[in-house]
Design a protein around this ligand. Sequence first.
Ligand code: ZN
Length: 233
Amino acid sequence: MSIKVMIPASSMIDIKNTTLLLDSPQSCSRCDQLPADFFESHRLKFRAGYQKTHIFGKKYKVENNYTLKIRVCETCYQADYLTNPEMLDRDATTQGRIAKFHSIAWTLGGLLAAAGFLLLTPIIPDTPALKPFKDLWQAPVAVGVLVLFLTWLSQRKQQSLILHALDSAGKDIRSYSRAEVRTPILADENDLSAVALEIKFDNEVWAMETAAIHHWLTEKITSSDQTVSFMQN
Ligand SMILES: [Zn+2]
């Protein structure tokens, strides 16, 4: 059984530094372990009030990016590096710094390869001044592909190290998955009671406690589509 926590738009207005932080209780939101000084991240959008505009205009009257952070232990945080390494690249942690380095390398390799193929196209005119560069299009492609390959190898190596460490410690990462999130689009941006974020937790006790602290509604879920009861905290 899981618990779905429903967060109203009024709580989105209180978000400080564009981060919605779920840091209480102090234990891991997945496995209850202590200490739990890490956070799983979800990059989300708060959208409300659909409006018709021209192609470059805003589609919604209110559209804000924010990050949801939920308290986890080091083991569960490391497990995230195996499944969602791109979610760690803004964290001031060892895995976060490695994820950031890999993220930059992926971008750099992709840009180099794209620049090489761009030299092949008529977008770069075949003038005498540019011809020497166009003739060398293979060089940036080769370097770009090499950077991408080395980055992939490095990421695989890092993931293999973490997997080995978790295995040695007898931790099964499949037991504790990330929270599932859904961000409904609000029809009326002034309706602060409308649910703007739903978070599904497998850890019922942790979910109920965090909902009680913030006075958020919860639902018990017995299967993926069956709701058995409503609760008001
Ligand atoms: Zn944990």
